[in-house]
Write a protein that binds this ligand. Structure first.
Ligand SMILES: [Zn+2]
Ligand SMILES: [Zn+2]
Length: 348
């Protein structure tokens, strides 16, 4: 039996469209040491391929992160396969809310060095010793209380357009940097209640373990991240303590959680929360640009880049890179990171 999909994309999408049964879209993740990730990967591939499951699943020595769709009539059989593996026994499963069952059209299971890149060696800290998981409502009730510190574990371009009230939002553009900065910033707060959050929860699994390893005593994390929080406060009719937009790489590049725009166009300063990459390919700066400036600068970050793109650059227009070193990151790279963290809702 082959352990990879070989059929082309169009054919697969066609097959999905013609299915006469329903699918459930689910997600789950767990940090748990695996001796042989490749063997585990091949084994679950066999199990889930046989049950006609689709999805995008990452396996590493440190655990598993999965988003998948399972045929409804085979769901019980799917649950039974989980009992075959220590790591999957009693794993908490999240069920997608707006579920058309068409999120995936094939089964992809990849072995990666890490679930979330932290730049640290395996065993540098115990990734399975995680903080306490708080539901959206529990987290909501703690935000703003005395002796608590809310920490945004996402990168700065994510927190720039949306974050919890009063949150510490470090100027980091990688998770690795983030861990170092946060540990540093909070070194005198080790006895306070720490409330961590990220997009879908998986970064906080790691961050909470890292902070506990560094002597923080009361580490808590938002289970399911801002995605889950937004759903829960909506159904509980609470006023959001998250202001602005949750940066997610769906078609709209995220959705405003409470309707506010808290960030600004990097060029004219008017309220705007839409990221783009500079259209000059030799620049490719990630930045925030409004529609007017997009038209004015032809999608570029500076007049210099617009000239370079148009092929009209002279010596005076010698390329000057954008105003922030930090923003030198392509949207494609950001998207790849979010894919790995499986925080994209319904990604085909
Ligand atoms: Zn503008
Ligand atoms: Zn540029």
């Amino acid at each position: 039996m082959q352990l990879h999909n070989k059929i082309n994309r169009e054919e697969l999408k066609q097959k999905l469209a013609e299915e006469t049964f329903r699918r459930k879209t689910i997600s789950f993740y767990k940090y748990h040491y695996l001796d042989n990730p490749q063997e585990f990967r091949d084994s679950i591939y066999r199990d889930w391929f046989a049950l006609n499951c689709f999805g995008r699943i990452y396996v590493a020595r440190e655990g598993i992160n999965a988003q998948m769709s399972v045929p409804e009539h085979l769901f019980e059989s799917f649950l039974k396969t989980l009992d075959n593996y220590q790591i999957l026994k009693e794993i908490p499963i999240k069920y997608a809310i707006e579920d058309d069952g068409k999120s995936f059209y094939k089964l992809t299971i990849k072995v990666r060095p890490k679930l979330v890149a932290d730049g640290l060696d395996d065993g540098a800290y115990d990734v399975t010793n995680v903080g306490r998981h708080l539901s959206g409502e529990e987290f909501h009730n703690h935000v703003g209380k005395e002796n608590t510190v809310v920490v945004d574990m996402r990168n700065f371009y994510e927190s720039e357009i949306g974050h919890f009230e009063g949150a510490v939002c470090p100027q980091a553009d990688t998770f690795r940097e983030e861990l170092e900065i946060v540990t540093d910033l909070l070194q005198n707060e080790k006895n306070k209640k720490i409330l961590l959050y990220c997009t879908g929860g998986i970064r906080c699994e790691k961050a909470s373990a890292y902070l506990k390893h560094h002597g923080f005593n009361d580490v808590n994390q938002l289970h399911g991240g801002v995605l889950e929080y937004a759903r829960q406060i909506k159904s509980a009719k609470l006023d959001s303590k998250f202001i602005g937009k949750n940066f997610v790489f769906d078609d709209r590049l995220g959705e405003s959680v409470n309707g506010q725009i808290i960030s600004h166009c990097h060029q004219c300063g008017k309220p705007c929360d839409t990221h783009t990459n500079c259209a000059n390919n030799s620049c490719h700066l990630l930045f925030i640009q409004c529609e007017e400036c997009k038209a004015k600068y032809d999608g570029c970050c500076t007049p210099e880049c617009a000239h370079e793109k148009a092929g009209t650059a002279t010596a005076e227009h010698r390329h000057i890179f954008g105003n922030s070193r930090k923003y030198r990151k392509s949207l494609a790279l950001v998207r790849e990171e979010q894919l790995q963290q499986n925080t994209l809702p319904h990604q085909p």
